[in-house]
Design a protein. Sequence first.
Length: 176
Amino acid sequence: MRELRAPHLTDAARGRSSSPKLAPLRNTVLAYSLAAVIVAADQLTKHWAEARFADGPRRIFGDLLIFRFGENTGAAFSLFENAGQFFGVAAVVAVGIVAYALTKVRPRWEVVGFGLVIGGALGNLTDRILRGPGFLDGAVVDWIQIPYWPTFNIADSAVSVAIVLLLLGSLRAART
């Protein structure tokens, strides 16, 4: 049967959330599944980029998209070079905080955003662990270049998308 709805009432006015909420177990499964996909895609594409573009960049769409292998020991825009240990520890702390947040009932958009944050943080943390001679001092592989933006990777993209999703979701939730 179709539910009759008063056209002037919003879901919030009816006592319903416009965004489905997920219980902690479903949060964990969704977020960590998404994180695992991000880490796998990130690591596979970094190995591919190293094999294909270490000898020089390839223009894909003129100057709009260039694949270029690079290694970054710092943060975006090559800031804080050789600060891998700091960023490695920060990634571990961020994953811990987000993992704790997933133990609460959350809207789906938050869970997806948190999964993207975890995947992005773990993708770059993997480089810091595996690509250096010491503790967390490995360089992060970056390989996607677009105009007016630093070279980045899948993990960086996941974190950027997560930030936008979480900001937009928060703004939308604040309005209702």
